[in-house]
Design a protein around this ligand. Structure first.
Ligand code: 7RM
Length: 649
């Protein structure tokens, strides 16, 4: 194997073929992979969306920009809400919403959702929103967040949703970058039993974003918050109609801007990742239906992400609603008021499909499976994972303790930029392997290239996409040069995702993490995830993150940061045991030079481990930008522990 590719360490050989019973009722069959790219996207474009005017050209690709479903006219809110009501499905539940405080719940049917969206759209019109007005939304996980997004799309106003945990600076940067004129927010949000002062933070942000001239404030906690006369309006005080006839859905061209989702780049300013109307909607509706095997009449689907992330946009709001699904939406954290909350929710609503992230699965593993066992989870029939490579041990735990060994698991790889899932098993079709996202979705051409840009048929390298897909980003808002440089310059003509991956003898893909995190030990290029997964495989380890630090002899040496399970305490013996465990499972080359025990790992607010910060800590550098961290105190704590940790080569 060439030194340039990423070496394979994992020897995972467990296989989970689909059950005959699941396959017999599945939405897709293996022949879906035989349908040519154009035919697949043409058919899904026609079948999944109701067009005001049909499209006349499937796609046009002027590298690096693609356009899809050209000539078509449609409206996203119409597709997600109105058409279901018009078809007589107004009584179906769109969302079972559960608030964080005990006993607070709302059931919202499609007919009610329509009235809510119309009311919000009329309120937005009242404060000057029309087609093309950029709207920022800064809210927690309340139904009005989805309603505000849909109201914008009804009017043809592009939105940017800023996650409610972000600071005033993050919010003002995003509003200024997009040129937002209006902000929708709420008084406060509930999080872990405490109110989060969204309106107060929004006020501070507006101080630095003079373009925002009007605010709509949704009442949630009811606590008093400052209101600025002439700028801020209470949503519940506006007297506007909720009659759908009072606010028709604006016909939009396929390629008109739907929303921006900002991702914090590793450096510099946040990138506004642009998504447009038709391709995005077709992409998320198609993937949501096939990957989750959605049966809209009977399933109760729960994506436990936050709507403030792309996962929530695509798979809580737009994909599920376009498909007429019944979803659960939960306001709070999984550990409030105790570790049983999620399993209670599944039991209460009879959730059939659960979609969550490895970080959440590992947290539940750490808390113990007894919490899940105290509840009836037999309604579940399918599980999904997203956000990071899933460690095989976490996959097995999910399979056993949550899925009762009967639910297929779909490990879905995708990005804010891709808009929709691109690499995933199809339930009922694909034989799964713990830790592998398996195959490109139908109609997706993915490949692995080596350093020279040559295709790797088996082994590790760089993940690229070779053809456009409907939901792909239409660029970084206002920054063409950065778009070309970030995604299209490494391998000309290919979209480079920034992730390493390997492909096995069956043609299955294994995601290996960000290429910036790949370690180089004595000339061997090693992925972080495989070493981490071996650590997590140890019965006493709850979570692990590894990184390389500069080493005079080997180039880089591996440093591991490890969180132990509940009642395990760190010790020198444990440190040696773990180092030997790695050496035994994958070889001396991967043996960590030192291990730092820590109660928490530094993570982004969407739960991804920030290995860049771990490298800074390991190399005693002053810490770079920590604003993306969910809990900034974690790194300073880590730095002091790292200073104390023994080093042993
Ligand atoms: C959906 C989302 C994107 C990055 C991506 C990967 C990592 C996401 C998986 C995964 C391995 C997965 N969007 N990633 N899903 N890695 N297996 N199933 O997370 O823009 O926030 O992040 O997340 O590195 O490039 S995102």
């Amino acid at each position: 194997m060439s030194d340039h590719t990423i070496e394979t360490l994992s020897g995972e050989d467990r296989r989970f073929p689909p059950s005959a019973a699941f396959a017999a009722q599945a939405n897709v069959h293996a022949d879906v992979y035989d349908e040519p790219f154009e035919a697949f996207w043409e058919r899904n474009g026609r079948e999944r969306v109701t067009w005001f005017e049909p499209f006349t050209e499937l796609y046009r690709w002027e590298l690096p920009y693609a356009q899809w479903y050209l000539g078509g006219k449609l409206n996203v809110a119409y597709n997600c809400v109105d058409r279901h009501v018009e078809a007589g499905r107004g009584d179906r539940v769109a969302y079972h919403w559960e608030g964080e405080p005990a006993g607070e719940a709302r059931t919202i049917t499609y007919a009610e959702l329509q009235r809510n969206v119309v009311r919000m759209a009329n309120a937005l019109k009242e404060i000057g929103v029309g087609k093309g007005t950029a709207v920022a939304i800064y809210m927690g996980m309340v139904p009005e967040l989805a309603v505000a997004m849909l109201a914008c799309t009804r009017l043809g106003a592009p939105h940017t949703v800023v996650f409610g945990g972000f600071s005033a600076d993050s919010l003002s940067d995003r509003m200024n970058n997009m040129g937002c004129e209006v902000l929708v927010t709420q008084d406060e949000a509930w999080r872990r039993g405490k109110p989060v002062p969204l309106k107060t933070v929004a006020d501070e942000a507006m101080g630095a974003a003079p373009g925002v001239r009007a605010t709509l404030v949704v009442r949630r906690t009811g606590n008093p918050v400052p209101m600025t006369e002439g700028r801020d309006r209470w949503y519940h005080e506006l007297e506007v109609s909720d009659d759908p006839a009072s606010c028709p859905c604006e016909p939009m061209d396929s390629e008109e801007l739907l929303f921006l989702m900002y991702t914090s780049g590793t450096t510099a300013s946040p990138k506004g990742i642009a998504h447009t109307t038709a391709g995005y909607l077709v992409g998320v509706a198609t993937t949501h239906s096939l990957i989750f095997d959605l049966k809209p009449e009977t399933d109760v689907y729960w994506c436990a992400a936050d709507i403030g992330w792309i996962t929530g946009h695509s798979y809580i709001v737009y994909g599920p609603l376009c498909n007429g699904a019944t979803s659960v939406m939960y306001e709070g954290t999984p550990d409030y008021p105790n570790h049983e909350r999620w399993w209670e929710i599944i039991e209460r609503y009879g959730v059939t499909i659960l979609y969550t992230a490895p970080t959440a699965i590992r947290a539940h593993m750490k808390w113990g499976h007894e919490h899940a066992e105290a509840h009836d989870l037999s309604s579940l029939r399918l599980l999904g994972s997203v956000g990071e490579p899933i460690n095989p041990e976490a996959w097995m735990w999910y399979h056993r303790h949550i899925g009762g060994e009967r639910c297929p698991i779909v490990d879905t790889w995708w990005q804010t930029e891709t808009g929709m899932v691109l690499i995933t098993p199809l339930p009922g079709v694909t034989t799964t392997k713990p830790g592998s996202a398996t195959r490109p979705f139908p109609g997706i051409e993915a490949a692995i290239l080596n350093e020279e840009g040559e295709r790797v048929e088996q082994g590790g390298g760089y993940l690229v996409l070779e053809k456009p897909w409907p939901a792909m980003t239409r660029g970084i808002y206002g920054d063409d040069a950065r778009f070309r440089e970030t995604y299209w310059s490494r391998f000309p003509g290919h979209y480079f995702a920034g992730d390493g991956a390997r492909i096995d003898a069956d043609g299955d893909f294994w995601l290996l993490g960000r290429v910036d995190d790949v370690m180089n030990v004595s000339g061997h290029r090693l992925s972080t995830i495989e070493v981490e997964s071996v650590l997590v495989d140890h019965p006493k380890v709850a979570e692990a993150a590894v990184c390389g630090r500069a080493d005079a002899t080997t180039g880089q040496a591996i440093v591991a940061y490890v969180t132990l399970k509940g009642n395990e305490g760190p010790s020198v013996e444990m440190l040696e045991e773990l180092r030997n465990h790695v050496a035994q499972k994958i070889g001396a080359i991967a043996k960590p030079a030192n291990i730092v025990f820590t109660p928490e790992l530094p993570k982004t607010r969407s739960g991804k481990i920030m290995r860049r910060l771990l490298r800074d800590v390991a190399e005693n550098r002053s810490l770079g930008d920590t604003t993306a961290l969910a809990d900034p105190s974690v790194v300073s704590e880590l730095a002091s522990r790292a200073a104390e940790a023994p080093t042993d080569d």
